[in-house]
Design a protein around this ligand. Structure first.
Ligand code: FES
Length: 218
């Protein structure tokens, strides 16, 4: 990770958010991925130095959480959920089709290093299973054919809209958002639909509410 004056400034801005500087570790790792599309050993040293940690402490976090990669991700991260509900509704078939299209397996890139494929855990998006993510933006209700079509369109450089988020940018742009969450894109994408709100609607219709939190409002 090349530590330009701009990068140094961004690191300071992140560190200054927290009363304890080591709390900045995870967003700094996302910042590193926004610069290099991976967390390099050099980035771990820079971050350790900035936070007064050992490189072993930084590496312990960077190797524990699967969102941090130690090989180049490429332009787009493709996640396919194969947890229970997505699997029941065809997630494994979606994964197999995308894997065949890319010629890549779990945590591998395609041959030219443009797409990274990963089996991902439940994204709390089960109402619209099977779910695929592109650079962590949702692509709901996928089929093998629709998932491969998304890959094809991205490969041709076409604009692809998340089903409930912004137009797809790329992995490094998403990583920058994870380091600096206020990116002006929160209002893009559709509103919550009837299926997403079914539980809340049912609760309201039946006069149900959550118990009050101890010492605060419900
Ligand atoms: S099981 Fe796939 S989003 Fe929940």
């Amino acid at each position: 990770m090349e530590v330009t004056p701009e990068v140094r400034s961004q690191m300071s801005e992140i560190i200054d958010r927290y009363p304890n500087s080591r709390s900045a570790l995870m967003p700094l790792l996302h910042l590193a991925q926004s610069i290099d599309d991976e967390v390099t050993p050099e980035a771990m040293e820079v971050i350790a130095d900035a936070l007064g940690l050992t490189t072993a402490e930084v590496a312990a976090v960077a190797t524990f959480y699967t969102m941090y990669k130690r090989k180049p991700v490429g332009r787009h991260h493709i996640g396919v959920c194969t947890n229970t509900l997505c699997a029941l509704l065809g997630g494994d078939a979606v994964y197999d089709a995308v894997s065949e299209r890319l010629g890549a397996g779990h945590d591998q890139t395609d041959v030219d290093g443009t797409f990274w494929l990963e089996r991902i855990e439940c994204q709390a998006a089960c109402t619209h299973a099977p779910v695929m993510t592109v650079d962590w933006e949702f692509m709901d209700n996928q089929t093998p054919a629709s998932a491969v079509d998304i890959i094809d369109r991205l490969a041709r450089g076409e604009q692809v809209q998340s089903t409930r988020g912004p137009v797809i940018r790329d992995f490094q742009a998403t990583e920058h958002t994870l380091a600096f969450p206020v990116d002006g894109l929160a209002g893009e994408g559709g509103e919550a639909d009837d299926i997403m709100l079914a539980g809340l609607t049912y609760a309201r219709e039946h006069g149900m509410s959550a118990p009050a939190a101890p010492g605060g409002d419900a």
